[in-house]
Design a protein. Structure first.
Lengths: 122, 670
């Protein structure tokens, strides 16, 4: 059983990502509507993957990635960036900070599914 | 319309209204210093609209809001500078989105959006890259720079360009409580500057804690800021023009001093979690049910009274009396609560009107300052929506015919820009909306001439100035150089008046040459259930809404005098015009010596209605007379009272109108 944390401020996009993950079967999801909420749920359990947006109010995705990578407990936790085509520059920065992969919004469900599988080795 | 679509329309309208408020804010502040949060909120509103419309498959709105989102993104990243042109362009596109939303709500096609889309793209491309200027980012530690998003980097650059200082505050909080502590710190930081980035960290932080590096800009001094925040501080870049700025958490006292308070902004998508959106029709249905229960309650009460007469005071009778009282109280509560749900602050429609003023004044090239008062005044949602168009007509009229061009104003010794004041306040059971301009005023002589031309009065008729001016409300009374034909739309003041009458309100006007005109619209706070006085005229019973009456009198017919063809009665030394309701409805006259007078109307429009008998007060639910009888003058509707008896409700406004004109000039307009 794997657990994935979805960090995304749009409820619609969160639901879409969850629907894709549900296709994987035995995977649990936890959702956070901002980087701030992610910080709250992060220590509460072990995760196998974080899927995060970049542009969010309060703490953004880059800051979240930076935090995760600087913390011994999460340093190996894979991260997938899900961001719009407009945030090309932000995506590059995210990858430089240590994100594992990225998907561009709007995405096809198969595309995200493939990247998740590849990232967590399913 | 399907429920899901209704939901979409409601949400889209809300977002568009919010966008409108934000664009107005941008317009007001871009020259004096734009709040980046406003631009960001506008960007997010478009982003959300795109998401919502995409979800509901409304393709045109999705595409357009996407294009506007991209435009706003360039604005918030500083790639496009805000100018008057940008603001106007945003307003224009907001109208287009509103228009499409309206079409979707009426189940018609979204229409072709290709032209609009191209326009947005061309507009965006034409402005991009006009802003230049990089700032010394090398002053900032690269480890900080790399976690900034493009937007945050832009904000950092913009602040450096403005010569603001850049500071870094480090705070460590226990994991369990970090959310409230960080929120409090963020609030303090925002009070003294602009928060650019919040970077969580676990470096040099004990177990069970979390650290935060907050980067912010400010013009304050290190010591001051440190004291205000209560945490150690690093100054990354020194402010260029260092001037002390008090760093305090803004409290309500400061906000109270502002005449047009802005609602606190919340860019989080989760903000409406405790709000339920309800279709007003559903509330109408509840009110109808309450109305019917009110009738049932009346029946219980009546039975109680009859039982007393039949059996005297015994325990059962006492019980039914008690139950009837409880029923009455609880029903009144229920009714109040439902009515309260329907209330909205009038500020909602003021925002829309403000936009009209700004845009229209630009169209006709007049500079106008709009001042708003009493935006918190509450009004029934239905009434608020119904009154917004009449108000818009009046405002356009003020700008068209009231406010003079700058040159003329200068000649008259007035300040060049005209002032339009919109003020709302509660007055008893009514809400008064005042629209005041400092323009040229209405030309009384022109109105009189026109009224004679139209045959509304005879030449030489003796009328007060106020009575003459009231003719602007007469049907078909429109003259380009006086008032009324608003912007060539063929909509006259009579429509405004009629609308108000339908809503149970009335319009008044005051004007003074070269000083300006004030329109006062008085509306009941709510429709639906009202208290009414039941009266008898001849063999008929009528209901008179209590909201329009002030007192009742017993009048001896010999005390009624005739002055200038008008029947009047001296009430406490003041002349009160009398209207015989029986004459009005052409009932056969009854030989009586005294009658009752119901005093109705307000101010100069106060009259006494002569009726034969008063029966007492009752709560009534006014029902429409239906299409067939709608055109009949004198009635506001019908109501059921007790034992399935239906009576007509008098429309006080039209009674006053018709009588005043019939008595005055001899001619009649209907």
């Amino acid at each position: 059983m794997k657990t994935i944390l979805i960090v995304e401020d749009s409820a619609t996009t969160r639901a879409l990502i969850r629907a894709v993950i549900d296709e994987l079967g035995d995977v649990e999801t936890v959702e956070a509507a901002s980087g701030f909420e992610a910080l709250k749920v992060l220590p509460q359990q072990e995760y196998d993957l974080i899927i995060t947006d970049i542009n969010m109010p309060d703490i953004n995705g880059l800051e979240l990635i930076s935090f995760v990578r600087s913390n011994q407990r999460y340093v190996h936790l894979p991260i997938i960036i899900v961001s719009t085509e407009r945030s090309e520059e932000d995506k590059k920065r995210g990858m430089a900070l240590g994100a594992t992969n990225y998907v561009t919004k709007p995405f096809k469900s198969g595309e995200l599914l493939e990247i998740i599988k590849k990232t967590i080795g399913l | 319309m399907k429920a899901s679509k209704k939901e979409f329309i409601a949400e889209a309208e809300e977002l568009l209204e919010e966008s409108q408020r934000l664009i107005l804010e941008v317009q007001d502040t871009y020259q004096s210093g734009l709040n980046p949060d406003t631009i960001n909120a506008l960007f997010r509103a478009m982003h959300t609209l795109k998401g919502v419309s995409g979800l509901f498959g409304v393709q045109g709105i999705t595409t357009l809001s996407h294009a506007l989102e991209t435009l706003m993104d360039d604005v918030r990243l500083g790639k496009i500078e805000v100018t008057d042109g940008v603001v106007n362009f945003l307003f224009k596109n907001l109208d287009i989105l509103k228009d499409i939303t309206e079409r979707v709500s009426q189940d018609s096609d979204e229409g072709d959006i290709a032209t609009y889309l191209r326009e947005i793209e061309v507009f965006r491309e034409s402005l991009k890259g006009q802003v230049e200027g990089d700032s010394p980012l090398s002053l900032i530690d690269p480890s900080i720079m790399k976690v900034l998003s493009e937007y945050e980097e832009h904000r950092l650059k913009a602040n450096l360009k403005d010569g603001k200082g850049i500071f870094l505050v480090k705070a460590v909080f226990p994991l369990e409580t970090f959310d409230t502590s960080l929120e409090a710190l963020t609030k303090k930081v925002k009070a003294g500057g602009e928060l650019i980035s919040t970077l969580p960290t676990s470096e040099n932080v004990p177990d069970g804690s979390i650290g935060f590096n907050l980067m912010f800009s400010s013009v304050g001094q290190v010591e001051e800021l440190q004291q205000a925040l209560g945490y150690p501080l690093d100054m990354l870049v020194k402010p260029r023009a260092a001037k002390p700025v008090p760093v305090v958490v803004v409290e309500s006292a400061a906000e109270a001093a502002v005449t047009t308070p802005q609602k606190p902004q919340d860019t989080h998508l989760k903000s409406t979690s405790t709000t339920v959106r309800v279709d007003i029709e559903k509330l109408d249905r509840i009110l109808n049910t309450v109305g019917e229960l009110t009738l049932a309650k009346g029946a219980v009460k009546r039975i109680g009274t009859e039982l007393v007469e039949l059996y005297g005071h015994n325990t059962l009778v006492y019980d039914i009396h008690k139950i009837s009282q409880t029923l009455e109280r609880r029903l009144a509560e229920l009714q109040d609560q439902v009515l309260e749900i329907r209330m909205v602050p009038i500020g909602q429609i003021f925002t829309r009107l403000a936009q009209i003023v700004r845009r229209y004044s630009r169209e006709v090239d007049k500079q106008i300052d709009l001042v708003l008062y009493g935006e918190d005044t509450e009004l029934d949602k239905y009434l608020a929506e119904e009154i917004v168009d009449p108000l818009m007509h009046l405002i356009r009229n003020s700008i068209d015919h009231g406010i003079e061009h700058a040159e003329d104003r200068r000649k008259k010794g007035k300040k060049e820009s005209g002032t339009v004041i919109l003020r709302a306040y509660q007055k008893g059971n009514h809400v008064v909306i005042e629209l005041k301009d400092d323009g040229a005023g209405i030309d009384v002589d022109k109105v009189r001439k026109k009224a004679i031309e139209k045959g509304l009065i005879q030449e030489g008729a003796v009328l007060t100035e106020k009575e003459v001016i009231d003719f602007i409300f007469a049907p078909g009374f429109s003259t380009k150089d006086v008032v009324s034909d608003i912007s060539g739309r063929g909509v006259g003041m009579d429509v405004v008046k009629e609308k108000l009458s339908v809503l149970g309100g009335y319009a008044e006007v005051e004007t003074k040459k070269d000083a300006g005109t004030t329109f006062m619209l008085t509306l009941p706070i709510t429709l639906a259930i009202i208290k009414a006085l039941i009266v008898r005229v001849g063999d008929e019973r009528f209901a008179v809404p209590l909201t329009s009456m002030s007192e009742t009198l017993i009048v001896e017919h010999k005390d009624i005098q005739t002055i200038e063809w008008k029947e009047v009665y001296y009430l406490r030394g003041e002349m009160l015009p009398m209207i015989r309701v029986s004459t009005f409805f052409k009932f056969p006259p009854l030989p009586t010596e005294r009658s009752f007078a119901v005093v109705v109307g307000f101010g100069e429009r106060k009259v006494g209605l002569l009726v034969d008998e008063l029966y007492g007060q009752q709560e009534i639910v006014i029902k429409s007379l239906g299409e067939y009888l709608k055109k009949m003058r004198g009635f506001a509707g019908a109501a059921e009272i007790g034992k399935h008896e239906v009576i007509l409700v008098l429309d006080i406004e039209s009674l006053i109108d018709d009588s005043v004109v019939k008595l005055k000039g001899g001619a009649i307009y209907v």
